[in-house]
Design a protein around this ligand. Structure first.
Ligand SMILES: [Zn+2]
Length: 107
């Protein structure tokens, strides 16, 4: 897979990872527009797993940022914090995951 393609896909997946982290529903259909229907399910799981890693959820439902520990946030607040402050960090995490899992984007 070409570097620029991974870059573009990762960039577009950032908001979906942020949604997942904040506990906002992630749309399989929208993921499918980005990566194609064949890979949508696998990428959906990747997005959900990453989202879980970058949010700290306390028992009382309060959310904190898993990347810088700021908070507490509402769902919407955490989503906005992640896309504004951690866009680049999240993009790099996605690139790492895609590269490690060897998704074949050329097929
Ligand atoms: Zn943060």
């Amino acid at each position: 897979m070409m570097k620029s393609r991974i870059d573009t896909i990762s960039e577009r997946l950032v908001e979906h990872v942020a949604r997942s982290a904040a506990g906002i529903r992630v749309s399989l259909e929208k993921i499918s527009y980005i990566v194609g229907s064949k890979r949508a399910q696998r990428v959906y799981v990747l997005v959900e797993n990453l989202g879980e890693k970058i949010a700290l959820k306390h028992d009382n439902g309060v959310l904190y940022c898993g990347l810088c520990r700021k908070g507490p946030f509402t769902k919407r607040g955490l989503y906005l914090h992640l896309v504004r402050r951690h866009r680049y960090d999240i993009k790099q995490l996605i690139i790492n995951e895609i590269t490690q899992k060897r998704f074949d984007y050329n097929s």
